[in-house]
Write a protein that binds this ligand. Structure first.
Ligand code: NDP
Ligand code: 8X3
Length: 243
């Protein structure tokens, strides 16, 4: 039986991927901070699901890797965005949370899991974002964290050449999950407004894509994969005009 280690299994894309991989006969070790959600998943999914409470900001990642054992897939999905704000008006603490989670935790966990992934000739799938490539106002730290994830993924491919381990950066646009609720401090209405009347992608859309990437033949590596809802595209350049 193949094993996937999925961070952020308590919600959104990570939960959908957990359900998809279990349905396909994989064992899934799923992490997150909300233990009640991990317990609910365990009750629902049975023996194939192994919950592991983990805060990406301060995990003992060597111990996590020891407990997990070798895995066939590391899905680095846990992540979040700080409230939208120009940096000159932003509080520091939410920015630190994002960098510690999206960047530092992801690197530390990946480093610790690599020996087991090399043993299994497994795959690393990292959740980046279209924000890595297309900046927007108020999102500099989030975009920067996701640009790190993208470039880290490409660099990791170089380091792992010859090991058989594959690395993919998945870069979605708008997916309706708890992402925007979290970004807006729990404001469900703000999330509803963002995704209204535009058919956002679903967590299942991204889970299907991740499963497809993980199921490709061992000689084939998807380097980066960018997805958007049809109704999302790019804005033009912003031009400031003086009075
Ligand atoms: P959700 O908010 O629904 O899920 C985020 C997950 O990350 C939760 O399971 C949460 O678990 C976990 N998480 C957050 N912070 C931490 C932490 N410090 N330690 C451990 N786990 C943490 O959002 P999505 O499913 O949408 O997001 C998943 C990934 O996809 C993120 O990396 C996001 O940046 C990325 N993404 C999302 C897009 C979107 O439009 N939704 C688009 C592009 C990329 P818990 O709170 O229990 O710890
Ligand atoms: C978030 C994607 O398009 O909502 O990673 O900014 S988007």
């Amino acid at each position: 039986m193949k094993t996937a280690f999925i961070t952020g299994a308590t919600s959104g894309i990570g939960e959908a991927a957990t359900r998809r991989f279990v349905k396909e006969g994989w064992k899934v070790i799923g992490t997150g901070r909300r233990e009640d959600r991990l317990d609910a998943l365990a009750a629902d999914l049975g023996d194939a699901f192994h919950p592991m409470a983990l805060d990406m900001r301060h995990g003992n990642f060597d111990e996590v890797a020891r407990q997990a054992g070798p895995v066939d897939l590391l899905l680095n999905n846990a992540g979040l965005a700080p409230p939208m704000s120009d940096l000159q008006n932003a509080d520091q603490a939410p920015l630190d949370t994002v960098i510690d989670t999206n960047v530092s935790g992801l690197v530390s966990l990946t480093r610790a899991m690599l020996p087991g992934l090399i043993d299994r000739k497994g795959a690393v799938v990292n959740l980046s974002s279209v924000a890595a490539t297309y900046p927007y106002r108020g999102g500099a730290v989030y975009a920067g964290s996701k640009a790190f994830v993208r470039q880290f993924s490409l660099g990791l491919r170089c380091d792992l050449q010859g090991t058989g381990v594959r690395v993919t950066s998945i870069e979605p646009g708008m997916v309706e999950t708890e992402f925007t609720i979290v970004r807006n401090g729990g404001d469900q209405a703000a999330s509803d407004a963002l995704y209204a009347n535009m058919d956002p992608m679903t967590a299942d859309d991204i889970a299907d894509t991740i499963f497809w990437v993980a199921s490709l033949p061992a000689h084939l590596n998807i380097n980066t994969l960018e997805l958007m809802p049809v109704n999302q595209a790019w804005a033009g350049f912003a031009v400031h005009r003086y009075a």
